[in-house]
Design a protein around this ligand. Structure first.
Ligand code: FAD
Length: 496
């Protein structure tokens, strides 16, 4: 690592990760030169249309208004995901960004939730405002006085190509420079870091610090620096996706993504303003590509606007995310299947950790880098666990894929959390999880997985009190939600 400020920032790649990094660097790093090198010939992955609520904080940081963003990306609002057929065919549940009962200090109530919800005779979703809105196809941005917490969080669906183009315009307006060309060689510094990129036409680009946003190629982190890839496909064996856009049909615009479990994977349905994105994520160990393509086409609710496109990937991540003067962001750093739309979230979380380390008069210390790298790995592993949870709790045994997914040994970290829930009624959530206890409860409850006991160490909320509280909560939520407009109407009002 050089000493002194890192003045020349070079971003390799112009996909969503590259332009997110460029827009963030051009907006938040003072007095730097920001250059993006991208190759139109190679292109971008161009999928990734469902986000996580972090996108709102990221847009705010970049001073992007919500209406402007939704107009530019033909986007819609997302309250969460509906999981169809995951527990067993015919069954479904929601995982939204909403909250259940406020439970600080009384986690046992979550273990008791089924008993209380059953006594009330209601669906768990009726106790979560975002879920009830999703069930009824409604949406409105929560209006809360300053300083108060909103009753739910939300994200967006958007066109990934338009988002990258939007961020590019914004980054260029704020001073980022774009260089078009294919990188064919990388010059190293004596300390092992990267000094210079050489393009196919002979031009060179040198820098003090490099963001590796080169997608699955992982040009700097993987190929140049030789950072090993940690393959996690033994836990998450899906490795292919067919993706296709479909003309939007008349009818309500749903404020959520739908994920439907299939024979050897699952399909996504992402509603945008003018089209619906469909995809089938599957494991090539359990189904061939042609049959997977047919299964995708059988799901469509309208006319395809293009031929389905096949994408290949391996679940896993780089062992180190920042080495010498290179930080990997986006697919160059790793990829976990898109079940919970976490890739763009991981880009934003990584940038939120990298930028403050760059915005200093000297490069970060070895200790700071070690802490950064440990946090990155932990976050990938915790999200991996959360995704595996969706599979391992399933009651499906109707295909070889599902038999494998429900009988495999689990990562120790996940096995521990499942035990804590099953045996004690405790939802163990650590730092850098990405998903909070509400999310874990949504999956456990949605999959019908309830504690066998609750720990005597946890205070039991008196049943009469809990029941009364939940009864009022359900009535209050129902009252507010029936006054909220249909998602499509609200979106039209915002985008004009
Ligand atoms: C099937 C699938 C579904 C997904 N769904 C979601 C989702 O719903 N939500 C979500 O958050 N994420 C999703 N993702 C992930 C999301 O698409 C990516 O995280 C996001 O688009 C960022 O990609 P990227 O910028 O890292 O890579 P890319 O878009 O691949 O960009 C790589 C860039 O590097 C450049 N490049 C590479 N090599 C060279 C070279 N030699 N010279 C010059 N330039 C080079 C390319 O030209 C390109 O500009 C999905 C991914 C897949 C595969």
């Amino acid at each position: 690592m050089t000493t002194g400020p890192l003045r020349k920032i070079v971003i390799v790649g112009g996909g969503s990760a590259g332009w997110m990094a460029a827009a963030a660097a051009a907006t938040t790093l003072r007095g730097r030169e920001v250059t993006v090198v991208e190759s139109e010939e190679i292109g971008i992955i161009g999928v990734g249309e469902a986000a996580f609520p972090s996108i709102r904080a990221f847009n705010q940081l970049l001073r992007i208004g919500e209406a402007d963003f939704l107009r530019a990306t033909r986007g819609s609002y997302k309250l969460g995901i509906h999981f169809a057929d995951w527990q067993r065919p015919g069954q479904g549940y929601f995982h939204t960004f909403g909250e259940f009962f406020p439970l600080e200090g009384s986690m046992s109530v979550w273990g008791q939730y089924r008993r209380h919800a059953e006594a009330l005779g209601c669906d768990m979703g009726e106790l979560n405002m975002a879920t009830l809105m999703a069930m009824q196809g409604r949406f409105a941005v929560p209006q809360v006085p300053n300083g108060q917490e909103a009753p739910f969080n939300y994200a967006y669906h958007f066109d990934a190509q338009l988002y990258a183009a939007y961020l590019r315009r914004l980054a260029e307006q704020r001073g980022a420079r774009r260089v078009e060309g294919r990188i064919v060689d990388v010059q190293r510094r004596p300390d092992g870091g990267v000094a210079q990129l050489r393009l196919a036409d002979g031009r060179t680009v040198d820098g003090d610090f490099f963001f590796d946003c080169s997608g699955f190629a992982s040009l700097l982190t993987g190929k140049t620096l030789g950072v090993p890839f940690v393959d996690e496909s033994h836990w998450l064996p899906v490795d292919r996706a067919w993706a296709v856009p479909v003309k939007r049909q008349d009818g309500p615009l749903l404020p959520y993504t739908r994920s439907t479990a299939l024979e050897a994977g699952w399909s996504w349905r992402i509603p945008l303003q003018d089209r619906t994105g469909y995809g089938h994520v599957f494991s090539s160990r359990f189904i061939d590509e042609e049959r997977a393509r047919e299964q995708l086409l059988a799901q469509l609710d309208g006319e395809p606007l293009a031929e389905p496109r096949l994408l290949r990937f391996t679940t896993g991540y780089r062992q180190t995310h920042w080495l010498h003067n290179v930080a990997a962001v986006g697919l160059a750093g790793g990829f976990l299947e898109p079940l919970e739309s976490t890739a763009i979230y991981l880009v934003q979380a990584t940038l939120a950790r990298v930028m403050p380390l760059l915005d200093q008069s000297a490069p970060p210390t070895a200790e700071a880098l070690e802490a950064f790298n440990n946090t990155q790995l932990r976050q990938y592993q915790r999200i991996r666990d959360f995704i595996v949870l969706h599979y391992c709790l399933s009651e499906r045994r109707d295909s070889e894929f599902w038999r494998a997914m429900t009988s495999m040994p689990l990562p120790d970290s996940l096995a521990y959390k499942i035990r804590a829930w099953r045996e004690l009624g405790i939802l163990q959530v650590f730092d850098n999880e990405g998903f909070d206890a509400n999310s874990w409860l949504s999956i456990h409850a949605g999959m019908g997985h309830w504690p066998e006991h609750t720990s005597p160490w946890l205070d039991e909320v008196p049943p009469a009190f809990a029941l009364d509280y939940l009864k009022h909560r359900r009535a209050a939520i129902a009252d507010v939600v029936q006054r909220i407009p249909a998602h499509g109407d609200f979106l039209r009002r915002v985008t004009g």
